[in-house]
Write a protein that binds this ligand. Sequence first.
Ligand code: FAD
Length: 306
Amino acid sequence: MFSTISKNFFLYVSQHKGLNKAARKWGLKFGAAQVVAGVTIDHAIQTVKELNDKGILCTLDHLGEFVNSTEEALQATEYNVRTLEAIGKAGVNSHLSVKMTQLGLDIDREFCVKNMCQILDAAKRTNNFVRIDMEDYAHCQITLDILRELREVYGFDNVGTVIQAYLYRAHNDVKDLKGISLRLVKGAYKEEPAVAYQDKKEIDENYMKIIKEHLQSGSYTAIASHDHRIIAKVKKFAEDNDIPRTQFEFQMLYGFREELQESLVKEGYKMRVYVPFGDDWFGYFMRRLAERPQNVGFALRGFFSK
Ligand code: FAD
């Protein structure tokens, strides 16, 4: 009961435009620094260095919500290009993750594709890879269409996306995307029963189904989950089916289950941490609180200590 109320509360607050805007001026508050790696590119690169020193790979995400002007989308594009250049210059090991709504997807499709091309050009120059995060269901088909266009029309092979196991369509999508690097997740948004499983057990079952599908087709697979039960099943499946460890990696969010991250590295698995940064941290932080009420504890401690 409490968990449903708190989930809905934090999801509601995460979408509050006024609070998101105000929070940009606050700096990281309420313990957000535990899950957001600072507000500047320099902060982010420093965090990547520290994680790399522990044998952990990264993917940087410059946070941004509610972009609905071309000016903001161009700024975000430029910031992503600068982030790729900073990664190259520092010689650290990190990919880039982007959200296409931040790059103008809701303004104009072609404008967004153009911005994506600029980012992918920079990634090519710096020998890097860009992952397009998957957003809510309303953006799912267009995201997959643009991914295809970027790869097939523009010839970029350094781009992949994310498939969400809670969607009924996930298994078909994974089959269609055979050969393309995918991050597989359970799914973070609130979707209707018409399009998505609501039951945790069904989501977990579909999650394992799509992981097995992509691994068995020989495609590169990133398993992005903090769920130790899923991780144990993936390890066993890979061993039983002779899937080489070079064909998959585990991914987790910055600040979550650090002991598990480090123990996977010690066991010889590839581990990549998603490192969000930037002054637009509020919505991201509230969604993390919505996902797991236990996280509220550290938010409250952060609130009182700041
Ligand atoms: P859950 O289903 O939340 O948890 C399952 C169990 O794992 C829990 O019951 C608990 O036993 C254990 N557990 C989980 N978290 C913890 C913890 N912090 N400490 C201790 N035990 C824990 N979603 C999208 O929709 N689009 C994306 O592009 C996207 N990208 C992502 C990238 C990364 C790197 C990651 C890690 C997640 C991403 N997600 C994305 C979010 C994802 O869809 C899930 O919402 C989120 O990861 C929660 O699901 P879970 O598999 O981690 O485990």
